[in-house]
Design a protein around this ligand. Structure first.
Ligand code: PLP
Length: 287
């Protein structure tokens, strides 16, 4: 396995960064998770747009141009002879001193790791996930804007710990006002009486690329889709609940805080959207 590390290809064993890297010391950096389907880098432009926007927002100077970054992704896949899998693209502030000051980090570091991926079994897409809501609140836009896909995922990790302790597969987060925002690493949708609803990102959710793809599919295929705030009550009484994300694709939720959702397995709209989603994944992107 070859890892791209600041312009070099190194083996996994040799892929090391400095203990002075502010990505390590402070979570100062950004990342993307991207899928490759049949040699196609799915929604490459959307992921790179989000990466460069995140970088601009935190004043992180990515040392590669957009085109150079795309070329680096393609070359990393080629070296690893990978046509299906997952790309983790990380840009950290780079090595500095022990102080917070990013001016002491002259060179941002770019890392590309590609791997095989299957986070859920095909069975799980039919049975759905058991989930719990958590007390940990999603950080709100006037703190660290959730649109920034920052390396600092401690909030999400605390959420994951809570969901592990509850024996659940994923967690559902709310914001400080109690509106549902997203999962620890996915966006959330509910379906009620044929209407699909997902929370607006301003409530405190990452503007997920899978989320956008699902909204687009709904609009193209004539499903009723809304971006509107909702509470845990609406989740409990939904006909269907599903999560979306680069790794998870479109996965049903069968249980939330002990309440069984719908029939207790993936519902028809969720499965239809998963199908529709899988029909575009090797088309929309960079080959
Ligand atoms: N929300 C969070 C907190 C995430 O980390 C992710 C994963 O990237 C998502 C949502 C889903 O976003 P995407 O569909 O772009 O992978």
């Amino acid at each position: 396995q070859w890892i791209y590390l600041d312009g070099q290809f190194v083996t996994k064993e040799n892929a090391k960064v400095s203990v002075y890297d502010h990505g390590f010391l402070y979570g100062d950096g950004i990342f993307e998770g991207i899928r490759i389907y049949n040699g196609n880098i799915f929604k490459c432009k959307e992921h790179l747009d989000r990466l460069y926007d995140s970088a601009k927002s935190i004043m992180l100077n990515i040392p590669l141009t957009y085109q150079e970054m795309e070329d680096a992704l393609v070359e990393t896949l080629r070296r690893n002879e990978l046509r299906n899998g997952y790309i983790r693209l990380v840009v950290s502030r780079g090595a500095g001193n022990l102080g917070l000051d990013p001016n002491r980090c002259p060179n941002a570091s770019v890392i590309i790791i590609v791997e095989q991926l299957a986070i859920y079994s095909e069975e799980a897409y039919k049975t759905g996930l058991k989930t719990v809501s958590v007390s940990q609140r999603r950080n709100i836009p006037d703190a660290l804007n959730p649109k920034i896909k920052s390396l600092n995922y401690l909030n999400n990790i605390l959420v994951k710990i809570q969901s592990n302790l509850a024996g659940a597969g994923e967690a559902i987060m709310m914001n400080a006002q109690g509106y549902v925002t997203e999962g620890s690493g996915d966006n959330i949708f509910i379906v009620k009486n044929g209407v699909i609803t997902t929370p607006p990102c301003y409530l405190g959710a990452l503007d997920g690329i899978t989320r956008q793809a699902i909204i687009e599919i709904c609009n193209n295929k004539g499903y009723k889709i809304k971006e509107e705030p909702f509470s845990m009550h609406d989740v409990y009484v939904a006909d269907e609940v599903f999560l979306t994300g680069t790794a998870a694709e479109v996965i049903a939720v069968r249980e939330v805080d002990g309440r069984i959702i719908g029939e207790g397995h993936a519902g028809p709209i969720t499965l239809k959207l998963l199908d529709e989603f899988r029909s575009i994944v090797d088309k929309d992107g960079v080959k």
